[in-house]
Design a protein around this ligand. Sequence first.
Ligand code: GYE
Length: 341
Amino acid sequence: MAKKGIHVFLAFLLLCFSASCMATKDLSAEEETYSGTQLEDDGHIVIGFSQVGSESDWRNANTQSFKDTFTTANGYYLLYEDAQQKQENQLRAVRNFILQEVDYIILDPIIETGWETVLMEAKDAGIPVIVVDRQVSVADESLYTCWVGSNFKAEGKRAAKWLENYLKEQGRANEQIEIVTLQGTLESTAQRGRTAGFRKILKKNKHWNMLEYKSGDFTQAKGQEVMEHFLNTYEQIDVVISENDNMTFGAVEAILAAGKTCGPQGDIIVLSFDAVRAALQFMQQGKINADFECNPLLGPIVLDIIEQLEKGEKVEKIQYVKEQYFDTSMDLGAILEERAY
Ligand code: GYE
């Protein structure tokens, strides 16, 4: 792809960005010596990354993966914008990236709808947009270059299938099972997929009763609040489906505070999504039954995509990452030793 000249304006913004980075981390000697003029000529590829927020451990690992991948040493400048879970902030960030004439935009869209106009603006400006993690729902798919992330529906199904097997093993296959679901941010791809995947198998299990779905917005604090509501409302809860680990941390706290227990030896079966390090440690402590992995390490995959685009190659439109699950029957100590997040 022919590289666009980077405006002095952009150089100025990048310098401000570097200055703000300096406040939080030590820059290498190489980074410290960059000047605006060098930025115009040094051939670095400029990436604007609009991130959802920092609501969860998964999100932080995901952000770190991009920051570690798109470094100046690797030939990139990463302009990072945290939208603090607000779509309006993301729209503003993307428009700023367009104004700054970045080479690529990476967008992790908080929800699926509402992207047509801004993506059209990026397309008109000739800036490829790589969508990551969550998806955009647009009639014209040429508005973005490609998407890479998880198969959330498969994750939801995997969780329900795990529950089916577990209940069978426990001799509870014909028991009435009362379930509650802590949903993620409503209308996000992760929420929609996990809910839909689980529901598919739920429908086939006539003894399973979904008492309520309620969103905890993927955060620990709201997860705890929603779980308190469930515990105050329903006398019997056999299973909690929590659509991410941070809500699970809050939910477990609420369960223990209510004088109940959870996990393989407890009153309530807890199934979680993401499988971040702290959740696997919770599992080691017997507080979670199973965790369905969602891989946040998307930076290197997007790097490959950009390298292909730079060579003028065509890239796959939809790219799923590989995932697995974990439960207490596994050697979690050994798994944790190898785990990158
Ligand atoms: O599961 C959750 C995060 O979109 C896959 O967002 C992501 C989800 C992840 O806040 O922890």
